[in-house]
Design a protein around this ligand. Structure first.
Ligand code: PNS
Length: 167
């Protein structure tokens, strides 16, 4: 049984993430999408870990061999605990490569886990959750970059945040 993890913050999940998960699900018997729930970064997040996992579960429901989990601590510990042999990462551009290579080499020095890079589909090569949030904050159109149900939640959350700031 080959098992892989797609780790990330997913704040929120984008169509680029879903593309990588879909392709990983055709390469491995089982794929776990693992949401980093690092408490020190909690304040910087727009969505709670539970909200991010809920959105991922909805987005990944169409893939029968994909599940969603949260993790805190080292990714390599999560891999060992769940008998995961490979970490799957999407690579958007050369600029991603330096940091991803460093993490892949650190992770393989900690355990025998392999990192598998999947090139992002060209239509998503500019896509990042942080940019989606920034563009949406200023009223830009991000439909087509995230699933419709994520767009609804994003719009609502940004409106709530704006109301909190105004009051
Ligand atoms: O979506 P992101 O922010 O690029 O996700 C980064 C994440 C969560 C995959 C990465 O920060 C991570 O693996 N964190 C777990 C802690 C860990 O194992 N750190 C050592 C990495 S070599």
């Amino acid at each position: 049984m080959s098992r892989a993890v797609c780790p990330g913050s997913f704040d929120p999940v984008t169509n680029g993430h879903i593309d990588i998960v879909a392709r990983a699900s055709s390469l491995f018997d089982e794929v776990v999408v693992a949401v980093g729930v690092n408490k020190s970064k909690a304040r910087a997040r727009l969505f709670t870990p539970e909200e991010r996992m809920d959105m991922l579960r909805e987005a990944c429901a169409k893939f029968p061999n994909v599940s969603v989990a949260g993790f805190d601590g080292l990714l390599t510990d999560f891999c060992q605990e769940h008998d995961i042999q490979a970490i799957v990462k999407g690579l958007r551009a050369v600029s991603d490569f330096d940091y991803e290579l460093q993490m892949a080499q650190m992770n393989s020095s900690l355990t025998e886990v392999e990192t598998v890079f999947i090139p992002t589909s060209p239509e998503y090569s500019f896509l990042a959750s942080s940019l989606v949030k920034e563009v949406a904050t200023f009223g830009g159109d991000v439909s087509g970059l995230v699933p419709d149900f994520v767009l609804d939640r994003l719009t609502r959350r940004l409106r709530e945040r704006a109301e909190q700031t105004d009051s």
